[in-house]
Design a protein around this ligand. Structure first.
Ligand code: MG
Length: 460
């Protein structure tokens, strides 16, 4: 392993930069796999933050969603040259990514219903102490290899992940479950997203792995741990893991980012035994709560699982004074115009919703004495829907025209097909044309690491 680069992000680097003792070395690889036509994963190895995103949605949707998410996270984070990052910065950056994907999905009917997972890692400072922060939404995972032992840090927001947590399914059975790819939380699917966060003490020699489910569905944890223990270079280890996923079938896109802690500045505390630094996954009641025990635990910032509730200042009461009749008339005109707009909206909107346990297109919404009218049914049953879609469709999703509503349903169908590929013929699920790689990578000069796309590592 080479010496840490003094210009690494989050190190003691150039003047003006936040001076951190923790030094990282980062590498990554991404590949379309052996079956799919397009790589809908994106990764980011940027100044101070590493991200893996696994996009979902028909046609270009998944690629667009994962790319918007990583670009948005990078753009939303404060410049690490200005100040050290905090966990809240990461959480807010992921929530901003949700805003961007959600808005784009609403603006462009071709992208309606797209979404993406996100898992990110960065060095943060909390209570004057440097920590590794992990944030995630969806089923892309973060692991830590410490003392040769591999632990999953993140929790999967997935259908089978919930069954495992409830004790109704074993982790091994979950890997082969036909519904293993249904996520219960994702970026861009709802207006507000809950973000889980975890904080761990950085320790020299620890290695963090961020990956899409293309890796964990194909390669078991023992094999992953073996590669992480034996291949020192982070780029090479990432490429090896991607190649292994392809050897095992490569039925999905695979993305791997490896973050090595090459210096920690912990001094004597680094000698604390492994299990005192890390506890297993938080249970459902404590999601987002710091899993680090000991020194870090009582300083944990807790969860930021309330979405927009954590953002913004309290509102002060507002006083409106009516000064003249003209003002009242103006208000009445505005109210009448608003009512007209609402009426128009209620009658001329197409609403994709759930009727009789089936996804259905209606015209209009309930308004005064009007009731929505049935337009057409679909083949999508309520049971086929991921929970996030169920909640959203229960409220109804407005579309400006019938063709937009149908396109929305088409995208929904494809996304469900992506989630549940037929076990016998996975290749039949892909019908999209291959487009350019969605890999995003920046500033290898400042990370002191290289970014690798593995078009060359293993192709279809
Ligand atoms: Mg995937």
């Amino acid at each position: 392993m080479t010496d840490p680069d003094p210009t690494d992000p989050g190190t003691g680097g150039p003047p003006g930069r936040a001076r951190l003792a923790t030094r990282l070395r980062v590498g990554g690889a991404t590949d379309v796999g052996m079956v799919r036509d397009a790589n809908q994963d994106s990764m980011l190895l940027a100044d101070g933050v590493s991200v893996v995103a696994d996009g979902m949605g028909g046609h270009a949707g998944g690629e667009v969603a994962s790319r918007i998410a990583v670009e948005s996270i990078e753009a939303s984070l404060p410049d690490p040259a200005e100040r050290a990052l905090r966990v809240l910065d990461l959480v807010l950056a992921v929530q901003a990514a949700n805003d961007h994907v959600w808005e784009r999905s609403g603006d462009d009917p071709h992208l309606a219903g797209m979404g993406t997972t996100v898992v990110a890692a960065a060095v943060v400072v909390e209570d004057g102490e440097e920590r590794i922060a992990i944030v995630n939404v969806g089923d892309s995972r973060a692991y830590r290899l410490s003392g040769g032992h591999l632990d999953q840090v993140s929790e999967d927001h997935s259908y089978v992940g919930e069954l495992v947590r409830e004790g109704r399914l074993s982790p091994e059975d979950a890997r082969h479950h036909p519904r293993k790819n249904i996520v219960t939380r994702a970026i861009g699917i709802e207006e507000v997203v809950d973000v889980d966060e975890f904080q761990l003490l950085p320790r020299t020699g620890d290695r963090y792995l961020l990956c899409s489910d293309g890796l964990t569905d194909e390669v078991d944890e023992d094999e992953i741990a073996h590669v992480l223990r034996t291949v020192a270079d982070p780029d090479e280890a990432a490429e090896t893991l991607v190649a292994l996923a392809n050897e095992h079938g490569g039925r999905d896109n695979t993305t791997v980012v490896i973050v090595d802690v090459v210096a920690d500045g912990l001094g004597d505390r680094a000698a604390v035994p492994d299990d005192e630094h890390f506890s297993a996954h938080p249970d459902a009641d404590t999601q987002g709560i710091d899993p680090v025990t000991g020194a870090v635990a009582d300083g944990g910032a807790g969860g930021h699982t309330a979405g927009g509730d954590t953002v913004g200042a309290p509102r002060s009461p507002r006083v409106v004074t009516v000064r003249s009749l003209a003002f009242v008339v103006a208000v009445l005109v505005v109210v009448a115009a608003g009512a007209g707009l609402a009426w128009n909206q209620a009658r001329n909107t197409y609403v994709v919703t759930i009727e009789d346990d089936e996804v259905t297109i209606l015209r209009g919404r309930s308004f005064l004495w009007f009731e929505p009218t049935f337009v057409e049914g679909t083949d999508i049953a309520l049971d086929d829907l991921p929970r996030a879609d169920r909640d959203r469709l229960a409220d109804g999703v407005d579309q400006p025209s019938l063709s937009d509503a149908r396109r929305f349903v088409d995208n929904l169908e494809e996304r469900i097909a992506d989630f549940t590929p037929p076990v016998t013929a996975p290749s039949s699920t892909t019908s999209t044309t291959r487009t350019t790689s969605t890999t995003t990578s920046t500033s290898p000069t400042t990370t002191g690491s290289t970014t690798t796309t593995t078009e060359a590592t293993a192709g279809p």
